[in-house]
Write a protein that binds this ligand. Sequence first.
Ligand SMILES: [Zn+2]
Length: 549
Amino acid sequence: MDQNKRYEFVLINANIHTLDPATPHATALASAGGRILAVGADADMLAIAARDMPNASILNLNGKTVLPGFIDSHTHFLAGGFSLQAVDLHGSNGPDDFVHRIATRAQVAAPGRWITGGGWDQETWADAPLPHKDWIDAFTDEIPVFVSRIDLHVGLANSAALRAAGITADTPDPVGGEIYRDPETKEPTGILKDAAIRMVEAAMPRPTAEEQGVALSLALKQAASHGVTSIHDVTDWGNPSWSEWALFQEFRRREDLTCRIYARLPLIDWDRRSADLPPFQTGPAADPWLRFGGLKGFTDGSLGGRTAYFFESYADAPGYCGLLQEEMLPEGAMERRIREADAAGIPVSVHAIGDRANSILLDIFDQVATVNGPRDRRPRVEHAQHLKERDIARMAQLGVIASIQPAHVIDDGGWAERRIGPERCRFTYAFRSLADAGVRLAGGSDWTVAPLDPLLGIHAAVNRNTADGRFPNGWHPEQKLTIAQAIDAFTIHAAYAEFAEAEKGSLSPGKFADLVVLSDDPYRVESSCIKDITILLTIAGGRVVYERP
Ligand SMILES: [Zn+2]
């Protein structure tokens, strides 16, 4: 089957999991006009084709498994596209490897262009030192370098980048951030946290429109190759202007989007830009490929960067509980912005990692619902990573959606206990407790933090293995999801989280013809083999957007 537009087709001899309780299993599916016409038995679908669809392609899948197209509920999509071209430090196994990868890149860097990228995680290195600008200055010279830690809340700048940002020994720490310094000379070490990272980002030349277009095209290809037909994006790269949103619109106009985008714009910009916001639309009136997905804010930072905000101190930093983000201050500002956006009918998603950040956010959601009155608002906590047990029931009661990124367990499970001790780890990535309490889980990757790969997320949610191999039966195995719960998170529940469960998330008549053909059936294989399943074919809106070569 070629990659030409193909708006009429019938799949037969397939193992279709529809995720539609009315017809959970089928062997055939008919599609026209980018939507699903009918699902059922081969003979019935072929009869429909003979009667109504004389030009339909008939595709015999030889028993292969079909699922609804995956929905990734948390991406930084354009940054992901850029990351495919940037220095990749994921899996770097120590300071030497880290330096080698950057030095190799510097040898081919274009003059005047920054080296960016990241993915390093010193927690996986033998003695876990934080990197230092001295490690790379000699190799990078006048080329500015800024490379993020795997969580994006901490990064290393070299001396050229610090100079470009005007950061010196005399620069005070910005509110909500930190400039690491040598204890004796007070000279910056190059390590920057949260708001301090913004200072370096502000000094980076903005990518040209052409460079952005290339990055988006790469990101769309990456999505299609992993069976992703919809994303919920955090559309904030390029702040303070909303250039990503404009780029998405341009691709939409040219009909170049091969993945549906639900774009969430920065909540922090509410006061300045609320008049510029597009209307929030759901249902048949909404653009099926590009929708404004409400506003996305932040309460705190990350566990790896010790900026997640907890009730009690970090186990490895006595007396220190983490940081609230700048946009949480002054007290009441976050609640007011969410309340005003909510009153305007705009849904909000808010990042919360530490247990105290999550608790504060639930207080805010509760308060907003009380003040503004009952409405189908589907508030979302992005990450919901460390929770007080009592807050799990509260999330269910408030109808709050947990937007989870299970693949983070693979990276974090090995060292989280050093950071916060064993007790708090019981409700870290507490997927099963959340599901059992009745909280809807929307699955995502947080690409670029983890790969844009729903099957990896499903594997992680079901197996909870860590990268260091220390937990063959899973890290906190009592928090494993069933395969059905994990697949629901990346399909029908993710659709609900974007108010689109009537349009996508299951293979039901009338819904978008967004589907994926898999090499094996994730419901039937040994759970340890889920990660080996490959994508054979991805169809979005009735069009083949990926076929395995
Ligand atoms: Zn994120």
